[in-house]
Design a protein around this ligand. Structure first.
Ligand code: CTP
Ligand code: CA
Length: 221
């Protein structure tokens, strides 16, 4: 028994994981973005490989090393991330969207640096594509997991997002709690699925990633 192989519940599974923020360009020297560190997504990628998965990590601009044996694709904008996910989706068994995708992008991208003016203080924005919702519509056999960082009414919003985006799981966290959310090394989440909710304890992100993946591998058989 000492030499028994470790259990690899994700063996042979093709897993696509998005991580980090996206960057939406205003002009050649400026952009709109958010504070996502990418840590949870990179932890999910490492854990998924350790559990036997074949992992592609689609990463926005972050300062993190690629975990061993993970294929990494770097992207910048929400549109880039959408394309990278979309071309892989049909061959994917499990899509995990940890990325903090920008909800808006500047309506026009200037080719030259915009000069300041006394008038015109507003930046005209438009919505980005919702990657998770679009893949939710395309879903056939894929299992899809989204993440939702909330500051209030966490379960209500997460449940609504799960249904609206046709997503199997939403990993929800309350980013106002201590040790949770952007930039931290720990996280405390609630997993929302069609069967209800399951709370996970406060854990280092890598340990939590293992718990989440082992749990859903077991659920999905
Ligand atoms: N998401 C996405 N594409 C977007 C926006 C969000 O794929 N354009 C995904 C995120 O990667 C995450 C999930 O949707 O897995 C939930 O993101 P969140 O920002 O919480 O949800 P939104 O629908 O954007 O709602 P809001 O920001 O208004 O709370
Ligand atoms: Ca959003």
């Amino acid at each position: 028994e000492f030499f028994a192989p470790k259990e690899l519940p994700l063996r042979g599974k093709k897993i696509v994981i998005t991580a980090g923020p996206t960057r939406e360009r205003i002009d050649p020297v400026r952009y709109v973005s958010n504070f996502s560190s990418g840590k949870m997504g990179f932890a999910m990628a490492q854990a998924a490989v350790e559990l036997g998965g074949n992992v592609t990590l689609i990463a926005g601009p972050v300062h993190l090393d690629t975990p061993p044996n993970v294929e990494r694709i770097n992207v910048e904008s929400a549109e880039d991330m959408y394309q990278a996910v979309s071309v892989r989706f049909d061959q994917t068994n499990l899509l995990i969207m940890t990325a903090a995708v920008a909800d808006y992008k500047p309506k026009h991208q200037a080719n030259q640096k915009i000069k300041k003016q006394d008038s015109d203080t507003a930046l005209e924005m438009e919505r980005t594509k919702d990657i998770l919702a679009t893949m939710g519509l395309r879903k056939t056999t894929q299992v899809i997991m989204g993440f939702a960082a909330e500051t209030n009414d966490v379960i209500t919003y997460a449940t609504r997002k799960r249904e609206k985006k046709n997503t199997d799981y939403i990993v929800a966290n309350d980013v106002t709690a201590e040790g949770v959310g952007f930039g931290t090394d720990t996280n405390q989440v609630t997993l929302v699925s069609k069967d209800g909710i399951k709370e996970f304890p406060m854990l280092p992100k890598h340990a939590l990633a293992h718990e989440l993946l082992a749990y859903i591998a077991n659920q999905e058989g």
